[in-house]
Design a protein around this ligand. Structure first.
Ligand SMILES: Cc1cc2nc3c(=O)[nH]c(=O)nc-3n(C[C@H](O)[C@H](O)[C@H](O)COP(=O)(O)OP(=O)(O)OC[C@H]3O[C@@H](n4cnc5c(N)ncnc54)[C@H](O)[C@@H]3O)c2cc1C
Length: 544
């Protein structure tokens, strides 16, 4: 701590108050924020992160709901920057659960002495650019303030939890919570009448787990999703040794795929082979763990068209086979969106839950929720009495966490106003009129740590470039921003991810502009584009 204080002189702000000053400030201490703090400190810069939660870990700190776990292979998700860390950390399961993931990130924070650079319980309410001094001021909920030349929003793409504006929620006499704010002390569900609203990736994990202990479970489903078996297991010591010996190959493989996962598409079309061979491949991949059945399939399964529909029907039949009541099965079979147009939820017994006598599926497309009552949930058809109500209703993705901070750039303009019709950035990272602000959370997708490490590295290099070349400010030019925004819209319209009503296009939030919130490009293309920009002296950026 002493070291940190020595390197953080205080300055007077416009109001004559003494505030700490840093080279770089980071908002958020999830996987991205932790790595940013590590890298910036290694570069000899003074850095401070502000984290709203009571601990580090981000997603893996907040999502304590039963069943929360990776869909990435654990050993592909860990940081790659330290060989020592790679060798001393044992991932116990192929798809590890929230407690172990949180432990890992705490281990990293301790091992690399990051905690003195992280202020927890520090929800940032506003950040304001002081044009005269070229400094950002961060204002924390508790009145604390800090200033810095550069600001990185490592606020996550899925951290602004969303609860639909149901009438009467405050009248509910039972307990309720959102999965992203699961109480640390846990929720006693044993023997209780529990309702879950939402059947996305989180709802699917949660429902499977709590169905083992609740007295009665009512599942309120708006959209049936394609879910595929996770097939998790323990990593045996021999495999552990092989993984540790293969990290360079593992990370190289991840770096070559579209989403930084370890799975590579089959370069053949589904229709290059006979129907028998096609089915054989579908079945073989289905028996494999994780995303293989999504991301190692024929390449055109991941494109709108006949191959996608062929595989979608295969998956629908897998669901039908597992649910005994054909009426319930049909409700669980997705028919309104293409397979793979949402991130594929992985499950470990989800469909069998609906064979239990104490589980009821309520289709809220047929009978919408009208209000929450003191006793439970009222739909247009019935009132469902509950002791506990759980919202697995997802997140206001990507722009949500940014919009919840009052971000004011040059001339007092707000980022929220600027992003009213969708993000306006260059490569997701920078927005004209907001100098030295890196919106890193709007630029990273896929297998997250694989994607965020090179992104953080790029931002750190940009910061060093600015400082070493005698500049004080960097921001996207309006031209580069316009070009990029047009590219996201045009290229985005052609990809599978924009074909469903998902958080990727803001469709889960009423009134949110429907635009692709992430890059339409693959991870290797994005890395190449960023490298080219840097090689050309930060082409597309205004350096002052
Ligand atoms: C349930 C769930 C499962 C997931 N599974 C996977 C997976 O298997 N593989 C994968 O690659 N990705 C997965 N993801 C995506 C996941 O979000 C990323 O893997 C990764 O954890 C993101 O890290 P991050 O640091 O960028 O953001 P986050 O982990 O979201 O951390 C952002 C942090 O910023 C803080 N913050 C936000 N706003 C403020 C503010 N105003 N002031 C102060 N602090 C603020 C938040 O409190 C949070 O701690 C999953 C997401 C969820 C929700």
């Amino acid at each position: 701590m002493g070291d940190l204080l020595e390197r953080t002189p205080t300055v007077s702000n416009n109001r004559g108050e003494n505030v700490e000053q840093y080279d770089v400030m980071v908002i958020g201490a999830g996987v991205t924020g932790l790595y940013a703090v590590y890298r910036l400190r290694e570069l000899g810069l003074s850095v401070q992160a502000f984290e709203g939660g009571g601990g580090v870990g981000g997603t893996w700190y907040w999502n304590r709901y039963p069943g929360c776990r990776f869909d990435s292979e654990s050993y592909t998700y860990g940081y790659s920057f330290s060989e020592e860390l790679l060798q001393e950390w044992d991932w116990k399961e192929y798809y590890s659960g929230q407690p172990e993931n949180e432990r890992y990130l705490n281990y990293v924070a301790d091992k690399f002495h990051l905690r003195p650079h992280i202020r927890c319980n520090s929800q940032v309410t506003s950040v304001v650019f002081d044009d005269a001094n070229g400094l950002w001021q961060v204002n924390i909920e508790d009145g604390h303030r800090a200033r810095g030349q550069f600001l990185i929003t490592a606020v996550g793409s899925l951290s602004a939890y969303y609860i639909p504006d149901f009438e009467g929620l405050n009248s509910f006499q039972g307990d309720w919570c959102h999965t992203g704010r699961w109480p640390a002390e846990g929720l006693d569900l044993a023997g209780k009448r529990v309702g879950v609203i939402g059947t996305g990736a989180t709802g699917i994990q949660l429902i499977t787990e709590i169905a083992k202990e609740v007295g009665h479970l009512t599942v309120f489903q708006r959209t049936a999703n394609y879910a595929a078996p996770l097939r998790n297991g323990l990593i045996d010591p021999d495999t552990q040794r092989r993984i540790k010996a293969s990290y360079p190959e593992i990370f190289k493989m991840c770096s070559e795929t579209a989403g930084s996962f370890i799975h590579q598409f089959d370069p053949r079309s589904a229709f290059d082979v006979t129907p028998e061979e096609r089915l054989e491949q579908y079945e073989r991949l289905w028996a494999e763990p994780g995303f293989k059945k999504w991301l190692s399939n024929f390449y055109d399964v991941m494109m709108p068209g006949a191959a996608n529909e062929d595989y979608a029907e295969f998956v629908r039949n897998k669901i039908r086979e597992r649910v005994k009541d054909p009426v319930v099965a049909e409700k669980l079979v997705p028919k309104d969106h293409m397979f793979g147009s949402k991130r594929l939820p992985c499950e470990s017994g989800y469909y069998e839950v609906f064979n239990q006598d104490n589980v009821l599926l309520v289709d809220v497309r047929e009978a919408p929720i009208v209000r929450i009552t003191p006793k439970g949930v009222q739909t247009t058809e019935a009132e469902y009495e509950l002791d506990v109500l759980i919202f697995a209703t997802g997140y206001d993705a990507v722009t949500g966490p940014l919009n919840r901070i009052d971000i004011r750039g040059e001339g007092g303009q707000t980022l929220k106003d600027k992003f009213a019709n969708g993000p306006r950035t260059f490569m997701g990272i920078s927005s004209a009129g907001f100098p030295n602000l890196f919106t890193i959370n709007a630029a990273s997708v896929g297998n997250f740590v694989r994607a965020c490490e090179p992104l953080v590295d790029w931002v750190c290099e940009a910061i060093c470039y600015v400082r070493e070349h005698g500049y004080t400010r960097i921001s996207a030019t309006p031209e580069a921003e316009n070009e990029w925004t047009k590219h996201v819209s045009e290229a985005g319209a052609k990809i599978l991810r924009t074909q469903a009503n998902s958080w990727f296009v803001g469709a889960n939030i009423p009134g949110k502009a429907r635009v692709l919130l992430t890059s339409p490009d693959t991870a290797p293309v994005m890395r190449a584009k960023r490298a080219e920009v840097a090689a050309k002296g930060y082409a597309g950026f205004l350096l002052q």
